[in-house]
Design a protein around this ligand. Structure first.
Ligand code: HEC
Length: 193
C-alpha cells in the first residue's frame, strides 16, 4: 500500500520535473526575444536621434561623409590631430563655431569638445558605467552623470522616458567595444591634442 503511494508520488515528481524542463527553453527563448526587441528599439533611437553624427568617426565617400561602421560610436579618433582654431574666427561678431571632418570635434566659445566613446570598452568607453550612471548623465547633462555639465553641442535629453533610456543603454552595451581614448576637452585658445 505504502509502496504504491510512494510510486505514485515519485511518478508525479517525475512528471512535474519533465514539464519544468520542457518549459525552460520556451522561457529562455522568450527572454532572448525580449532582449533582442529592446536592443533593436535602442538601435532605432540612437539612429533617429543622430548619436552617430557626433560619436562615430566617418569614412569619406564621393557622396560625402558616412559613419564608419567598423568604429561605430567610438568617439573622436584619438590619433587625429586637429589644427588650432584661427584666432578671432569664433566671436560674437564672426562665426559661432566649427567642426572637424568626422564631426567629432567641435570648436566654439567653450573651447573644443570631443564626441565621447560610447562603446562598451571598459577603459575608454562606457563599459564600466551602470545603467544609473548612464541615465543620470543623459537626463542631467553631466559628465559621468555627476561631474561638470556637458559642453556643447551634446544635447541634454531630459525628456526621454525610462524605457527609452533603458533601450539605448542595452543597445550601447551590445555593440562592439572599441579601444579609443577620446581627449579631454580644450579650453578656449588651448592648443590641440
Ligand atoms: C551634436 C553632437 C552630438 C550629438 C547629436 C550627440 N552627442 Fe553625445 N556628446 C557630444 C559631445 C561633443 C560630447 C562631449 C561633451 C563634453 O565633453 O562635455 C558628448 C558626450 C556624451 C556623453 C557623456 C560621456 C561622458 O564621459 O560623460 C554621453 C553619454 C553621450 N554623449 C551620449 C549620446 C547619445 C546616446 C546620443 C544620441 C541619443 C548623443 N550623445 C548625441 C556630442 C553629441
Amino acid at each position: 500500500m505504502l509502496s504504491a503511494y510512494r510510486e505514485r508520488t515519485m511518478f508525479m515528481y517525475v512528471v512535474m520535473a519533465a514539464l519544468l524542463i520542457a518549459a525552460l527553453p520556451c522561457a529562455q527563448a522568450r527572454a532572448s526575444d525580449e532582449q533582442a526587441e529592446v536592443t533593436a528599439a535602442g538601435e532605432r533611437l540612437v539612429h533617429n536621434m543622430d548619436c552617430n553624427v557626433c560619436h562615430t568617426p566617418k569614412v569619406f565617400t564621393p557622396e560625402g561623409p558616412r559613419p564608419d561602421m567598423t568604429r561605430l560610436l567610438s568617439g573622436h579618433p584619438s590619433d587625429e590631430t586637429i589644427p588650432a582654431v584661427p584666432e578671432g574666427l569664433i566671436s560674437p561678431a564672426a562665426w559661432g563655431g566649427m567642426f572637424n571632418n568626422h564631426l567629432t570635434a567641435w570648436a566654439g566659445p567653450w573651447g573644443v569638445s570631443f564626441g565621447s566613446n560610447l562603446t562598451p570598452d571598459p577603459q575608454t568607453g562606457i563599459g564600466l558605467w551602470t545603467e544609473d550612471i548612464f541615465v543620470s548623465a543623459m537626463r542631467s547633462g553631466t559628465h559621468v552623470g555627476q561631474a561638470r555639465p556637458f559642453l556643447p553641442p551634446m544635447p541634454v535629453y531630459s525628456r526621454l522616458t525610462d524605457k527609452e533610456l533603458h533601450a539605448i543603454y542595452v543597445y550601447l552595451k551590445s555593440i562592439k567595444p572599441v579601444k579609443n581614448a577620446v581627449p579631454a576637452p580644450l579650453r578656449p585658445a588651448q592648443p590641440g591634442p
